[in-house]
Design a protein around this ligand. Sequence first.
Ligand code: ADP
Ligand code: MG
Length: 284
Amino acid sequence: SVPLSYFSGIGAASKQGVLVKGSNYLDVLNQVKIMVFDKTGTLTVGHFTVSQLHPVGISSAELLKLAAVAERKSPHPIAKALVQASNTREEAKKITEVVGQGVKAQYQGKVLLVGNAKLMHSQAVKAFVPLTGVTGTVVYVAWDGQFKGAILVADTVKSSAKEALGGLKQSGITQTIMLTGDNEATAKAVATELGVDQVYANLLPEDKLKLVRRFQKTNQGKVAFVGDGLNDTPVLAGSDLGIAMGALGSDAAIEAADIVLMNDEPSSILVVRKLAQKTRQIAQ
Ligand code: ADP
Ligand code: MG
């Protein structure tokens, strides 16, 4: 049976803006040793701005327009930045989201692709040249099978993230790990800035779940996954403890999670972890 004081723990957590969906989850949080984080929207703010345009055979404005017409409907934070940066109101047809890669659409009767290098490779785009030597997320555009250029978008880390990660280590978390679909250079830069122990880049959502399962198999303690979860619903549900961002997070992520941070701040995890530890002392 669950000790009564865990119930009062839920109340105390809710006063800190953290929704704990059952008293057992405070007990699980106490046992977490490996804490796995998504990058975009979880450790970073998730508000991108366009910082560089590298068109190929077209103008910068045309490059941005191609990106915007394809991204108009996408809920992805990168899409929002591209739509905002362009002044077009046009929208491509037959827009489909390629999960963890970008979008595919029809524009003026030709296939339009907007996304990462993985998307360019998988769709056999001609004369594709990756943008190197930059830090940030790179969005590539291809139209009618031809490479049209690269757009660099930048995001910033959350102000409370570094301190929160340090505090979590002090509270007994043995490893902090970041998983991301973004490129390696950006992933490493963020991981170094925040002091994350391990980082895995270029992942698809299913790769994130596979990795969490692998961490669970090491039997080094419970594994929590923290995400904003546009595509992270499976891994939130598959980890021992799913923690979702409540404000920026998708409805599906909030539904799949065991704990929801209403203010999206990683520091709230530390607040609840300490609360859970205190609650346990009282319960014993
Ligand atoms: P993360 O793992 O950092 O949360 P996502 O899984 O949402 O990132 O996306 C992984 C990568 O796929 C992004 O870094 C980006 O390169 C690309 N991507 C996904 N959706 C889009 C989109 N709508 N437009 C452009 N690129 C996208
Ligand atoms: Mg994400």
